[in-house]
Design a binder for this molecule. Sequence first.
Ligand SMILES: *[C@@H]1O[C@H](CO)[C@@H](O)[C@H](O)[C@H]1NC(C)=O
Ligand SMILES: *[C@@H]1O[C@H](CO)[C@@H](O)[C@H](O)[C@H]1NC(C)=O
Ligand SMILES: *[C@@H]1O[C@H](CO)[C@@H](O)[C@H](O)[C@H]1NC(C)=O
Ligand SMILES: *[C@@H]1O[C@H](CO)[C@@H](O)[C@H](O)[C@H]1NC(C)=O
Ligand SMILES: *[C@@H]1O[C@H](CO)[C@@H](O)[C@H](O)[C@H]1NC(C)=O
Ligand SMILES: *[C@@H]1O[C@H](CO)[C@@H](O)[C@H](O)[C@H]1NC(C)=O
Length: 604
Amino acid sequence: MRVFLGLVALATSCAVAVPSAFKTKEEIYAPRGWVKKTRPAPDHSIALRIGLPQPNFSLLEKQLYEVSDPDHERYGQHLSKEEVEDLVSPHPQSLNAVDEWLAGFGLGEKDLVRSPAKDWVIITVPVSVAEDMLDTKYHVWEHTESGDQLVRTTSYRLPSHLHEHIEVIQPTTMFGRFKGYKSTIYNIEEIPEVTTQQASAKAASFNALSGVTVDPSCNTTVTISCLKQLYNAVGYEASPDPRNSIGITGYLEQFANIQDLQSFYAEQRPDALNSTFDFIPIKGGLNNQTLSEAGAEANLDVQFAFGVSHPIPATFFSTAGRPPFKPDLITTSNTNEPYGDWVDFVLGMKNPPLTISTSYGDDEQTVPEAYARRVCASFAQLGARGVSLLFSSGDNGVGDGNSNPATQKCITNDGKNTTQFIPAFPASCPYVTAVGGTAHIPEVAVSRFFSGGGFSNYFPRPLYQEIAVRKYLKNLPKGTYKGLFNPAGRAYPDVSALSDRYRIWLSGRPVLIGGTSASSPAVAGFVALLNDARFKAHKKSLGFLNPLLYTYGLPGFNDITSGNNAGCGTTGFNATAGWDPVTGLGTPNFFKLKSIVTSPFTIL
Ligand SMILES: *[C@@H]1O[C@H](CO)[C@@H](O)[C@H](O)[C@H]1NC(C)=O
Ligand SMILES: *[C@@H]1O[C@H](CO)[C@@H](O)[C@H](O)[C@H]1NC(C)=O
Ligand SMILES: *[C@@H]1O[C@H](CO)[C@@H](O)[C@H](O)[C@H]1NC(C)=O
Ligand SMILES: *[C@@H]1O[C@H](CO)[C@@H](O)[C@H](O)[C@H]1NC(C)=O
Ligand SMILES: *[C@@H]1O[C@H](CO)[C@@H](O)[C@H](O)[C@H]1NC(C)=O
Ligand SMILES: *[C@@H]1O[C@H](CO)[C@@H](O)[C@H](O)[C@H]1NC(C)=O
């Protein structure tokens, strides 16, 4: 490190090019709940992720919509990795301008990591160097409620000639904590060991919304067989087709415990016993198989997603570098900026999993808009390549991420301190499928915690949901929540599924767990089964789902019309007939969806 710093000093003093004057690139108000503490140690290392503009992104977006639109002749003709990379690659002038700027700090090609499309450059430098580059001062910030700490700044500047060549640099102003969406209101419930739920068929079964018969135990304990009954998938057998795949993303140093998975399979999916999944660590993601250290989120996601979709090939990604961390330690790999690390890795894969579920996110306003757009644009790249991305919609209804709804302040951090509903990101990204939560049979919107839902303040409403969302808004009494939400924004969730009282195995024992954390992997499991059916019908993977779901897909959902998603001191929105910002289009009916996605769309 000492040698490196010497080089920097030398390079700067010999710099020939006269840099243009610094101009503010981004300036924010720190989100509420964060307190500025000390300065980080000057040699605390920070991995700066520099986003170069993608001048042809609109072409990529156009193609994403073409290959995802069931009425378009290109439907299903997904783009290759190289085609996508060409469409997001920066202009050579931008590459040169950034390279020159970095060279001024002694940083050459060997010090850089580039994304496959070269639209991101990552450099790891001491915080003191980052401060010179960005004409800023970093501080350690602490999140009062959780104690999480981040090294961040509230503004940064760049030489003015670079503004057109650099879209965003992080971590600078991003205060997102990337929390798991496992409800924190509903503590994990210990339960006595009981025999498998499947044995209780003697008790009178009853009808779900879809008219299928469901075991009564499913009203209080959700198992794989409950989901298969309720979502009409009983009897469907998937193949271990090597073309198909499903993935789960893990963060916060969580790993999925294999012994717990086997206990779960023994109880709920005996034919899956002894099967496992590929573990892919990103940036040194942990996989400590110590039973007592298994992650509740990781175990839940893996057990239900892979349990529903068995024997489809499965992958678990564990991305390291999550808060909480110790900002006074001089780490070299801790970027604290997980979306980018994960998405770069997956975009670099030749064959990424075709269905990927993520049960993490945070308040949209804690992720700076320019950065949220870039992350969302990366999700568009995966969609164009035929990957279906599902994200939990969050567990705090229309409210903010404070775990206690009584302390939800729902105040903007735009400096105006306006009271507003607080949407969640990445659920608010228009290129992903956001999954909300239901409970009980017949299903209603979950009320033990509240299904995240609402309207983005960053992303406008995409065309695919125009009809559905406009109908919902038209039926809202005039003036409802005026000023509290952005009626023109991307509305979510798109779909939903049971989210409460899932029976999983954790650290060697069965527990009940809830959250939209459960509904996203459950839906992902069924999407993977739909891809199985597509492959058997000699069709391509489903890819980005929403344009299909809001059109031909509609008859494949059970409409949830009861319940609401309280937050911010209000009762939130109501589940209604048709799409609503609580349960989306509703919960899946697998066999109906299967017949929709395996037939020519025009005759349905
Ligand atoms: C963007 O697309 C245009 C038209 O296809 C092409 O000429 C141009 O080279 C592309 N730009 C980049 C940076 O790839
Ligand atoms: C399921 O549980 C809910 C909530 O306790 C209850 O209202 C509902 O009647 C139950 N459903 C059946 C079919 O018993
Ligand atoms: C799982 O492995 C055990 C031990 O090797 C074996 O006894 C058992 O039959 C296997 N079960 C299945 C379903 O493959
Ligand atoms: C991992 O496992 C070892 C040994 O089983 C244990 O001592 C350690 O604390 C575990 N946790 C981490 C985070 O490494
Ligand atoms: C907004 O709230 C913050 C934190 O409580 C406070 O420091 C600031 O002065 C407030 N701004 C306005 C415009 O009320
Ligand atoms: C939700 O439904 C209740 C009961 O019908 C009604 O009082 C309330 O105004 C509705 N809220 C919204 C946002 O539609």
